[in-house]
Design a protein around this ligand. Structure first.
Ligand SMILES: Nc1ncnc2c1ncn2[C@@H]1O[C@H](COP(=O)(O)OP(=O)(O)OP(=O)(O)O)[C@@H](O)[C@H]1O
Ligand SMILES: [Mg+2]
Length: 192
């Protein structure tokens, strides 16, 4: 809710100066896909490689953010939407600070991804579809979630909308982790 008594305070350091200080352009890299598709695996490895190259990157991971700022939010459509709204705002702050921000959240609805892109700005946003179908993800089940009976689980009771027009598709069913990481890293390096 907007309050007329809350007045925007302009900074005296601008975005460009922050990026110059860090020696990079900022970017939000948004990884979407089913649970177990490989978002965290790829995001964490890409962050490590960027760090090794002297770049400043940070992963906002769905599980980790749900432990903190989004603790208490569940998995109804409304709560998922609020989960993504908040992480979009955090990603925007990180992006403004000049960081390469990797967001690894299921982000199941196209509308959520479109809003994130609009909020951050299309030229500073990479939408990455981490592609593996339900059966493959269920057979991987890295966190043991598929074998539990979880309410509103994505791909079961709750839908996953395949991205309309992602910037990149990482095919984790057919390509190994190294191939996907290299593919994403190459795309990021072109933008920073
Ligand atoms: N090409 C690949 N890229 C990423 N992960 C892969 C690939 N091939 C196999 N895997 C395996 O798939 C699993 C992906 O699990 P991960 O936790 O990264 O998924 P996630 O998308 O973050 O899921 P969640 O939404 O539940 O957080 C890991 O066990 C990983 O080793
Ligand atoms: Mg994950």
């Amino acid at each position: 809710m907007m309050d007329e008594n809350i007045i925007w305070q302009p900074a005296k350091v601008d975005h460009q100066e922050r990026c110059e200080r860090l020696g990079q352009k900022s970017l939000v890299v948004w990884l979407t896909g089913l649970s177990g598709s490989g978002k965290s695996t790829i995001a964490m490895e890409v962050e490590k490689r960027l760090f090794a190259m002297g770049k400043i990157a940070y992963v906002l991971d769905g599980d980790n953010v749900r432990h903190g700022i989004n603790a208490g939010l569940g998995f109804t459509k409304e709560e998922r939407t609020e989960n993504i709204r908040r992480v979009t705002e955090v990603a925007k702050l990180f992006e403004d600070a000049g960081l390469i921000t990797l967001v690894s959240f299921i982000t199941p609805f196209q509308e959520m991804r479109d809003k994130a892109k609009e909020k951050i700005g299309a030229d500073r946003f990479l939408e990455v579809y981490v592609k593996a179908d339900f059966e493959v993800c269920a057979s991987r089940d890295p966190k043991g979630l598929y074998k539990k009976d979880i309410k509103n689980f994505t791909g079961k009771e709750s839908p996953y909308e395949i991205p309309n027009n992602p910037d990149i598709i990482l095919d984790t069913e057919n390509d190994d982790v190294e191939t996907c990481v290299t593919q994403l890293l190459d795309a990021i390096l072109k933008k920073i």
